[in-house]
Design a protein around this ligand. Structure first.
Ligand code: ZN
Length: 385
């Protein structure tokens, strides 16, 4: 048994001052105020700290030199999962970019193998396929060579290769065949996301009516707003039943755009993602993404040939500090974007909230700076600063 005492605990919906969490067998047993309530428990005190649920990154292509499209072995992904804990991540979805289907199947098999055993780091909760059914006009850093029209047969193959762990598939809904694929994803229990799309407002609305329930990095890789044709981003903003992801690096979106999302979406439908690539956590230099050459300068990642943004080098802890300290979103709300909301979207009913019966996936934040002080997964301290 373990007792963790902190100055403040955010569930994130409820704030508990001077809280102690009693943890048993990796799960939260109870939360008390005042501390020192449990006899025989090993005690950990984090003074000056806020305890919050572990972060969940649903959209991440790589970290520290590891690229989800180019995994050589299970070890690569395990290494990535171990590195992510220092950023507070306790669960993530390795995310592929557009690639040949056979290559994607190989990655899927490898990822699903890692997901089946809990390792030393953040848990792999499934796979997010970003493409290859995306618009050539809004390709961004998706390699145009690999973009194609949606195919139900291929989706079934990818699902099988993922051993059922395909969680999200992002597609452009204006492409021929997309409606059939969205219906198939519904049947499989996979989340259909609208992404890299030139869809009109009504085309996007139709996809949401069919069951798509996520907007991939809203505004990025979408038709630019026009008052007579607002496009997919505004469709996503206006649909209260649709989740929207956004990249909180303050490069992909102006802080004003983030405020627009915050003020227009129900706060339980917003998800902060990193869209991080393999260069994250590494110095500036030349990298690759889905077969494209990438240049990272001052931490900003761009396609060498086109100069377009190519994913990010963002981490979720940095995103949290950006949202709270620079955009001015209240801490408890910003936390929901990377804990409770992604857990609900993915149907992970045992995490995303600190409450008795839930996993003891906990991040300890410095109360002043919001820097990560420690990360705990299933009651085990995985990182201490
Ligand atoms: Zn991405």
């Amino acid at each position: 048994m373990l007792e963790i005492s902190v100055d403040l605990l955010l569930t994130p919906n409820v704030a508990v001052e001077n809280a102690s969490m009693i943890i048993e067998n990796g799960y939260v047993k109870k939360i008390v105020t005042g501390g020192d309530k449990e006899r025989g428990a090993e005690k950990l005190e984090y003074r000056g700290c806020i305890a919050v649920p572990g972060f969940i990154d649903i959209h991440i292509h790589g970290y520290g030199g590891i690229d989800v499209n180019y995994l050589k072995s299970e070890k690569d992904l395990e290494k990535m999962s171990e590195m992510l804990v220092k950023h507070g991540v306790t669960t993530f979805l390795p995310t592929t970019v557009s690639f040949p289907i056979d290559e994607l199947k190989k990655s899927a098999e490898l990822i699903s193998n890692v997901a089946s055993h809990s390792g030393k780091g953040a848990e792999v909760a499934g796979i997010y396929f970003e493409g290859p059914y995306l618009s050539k006009e809004k390709a961004g850093a998706q390699n145009p060579e690999f973009l194609k029209d949606p195919s139900v047969e291929e989706v079934k193959e990818l699902y099988r290769a993922s051993k059922g762990l395909m969680k999200i598939l992002a597609l452009a809904p204006e492409l021929p065949g997309s409606s059939t694929v969205i219906k198939e994803l519904n049947k499989l229990g996979v989340i259909a996301a609208v992404a890299h799309t030139n869809a009109t407002f009504s085309e996007a609305m139709k996809a949401f009516d069919l069951g798509a329930k996520l907007c991939t990095h809203i505004f990025n890789g979408m038709r630019v707003f026009h008052h007579r044709e607002p496009g997919a981003a505004f469709a996503g903003l206006l649909r209260d039943d649709v989740y929207v992801e956004f990249i909180g690096d303050l490069i992909h979106l102006h802080p004003g755009t983030i405020s627009l999302i915050y003020k227009n979406k129900p706060s339980d439908k917003i998800i902060a993602v990193t869209d991080a690539i393999s260069a994250t956590g590494l110095p500036d230099g030349e990298y690759r993404l889905g077969g494209l050459e990438i240049v990272v300068k001052d931490g900003i990642s761009r396609v060498k040939e086109t100069g377009g943004l190519a994913g990010s080098t963002l981490t979720l802890d940095k995103a949290l500090r950006n949202l709270v300290l620079k955009v001015g979103i209240p801490l408890q709300k910003a936390l929901k974007f990377m804990t409770e909301n992604p857990a609900r979207l993915l149907g992970l009913r045992d995490r995303g909230i600190l409450r008795p019966g839930y996993r003891a996936d906990i991040v300890l934040l410095d109360r002043e700076t919001l820097e990560i002080k420690a990360t705990i997964i299933k009651g085990e301290v995985k990182y201490t600063r």
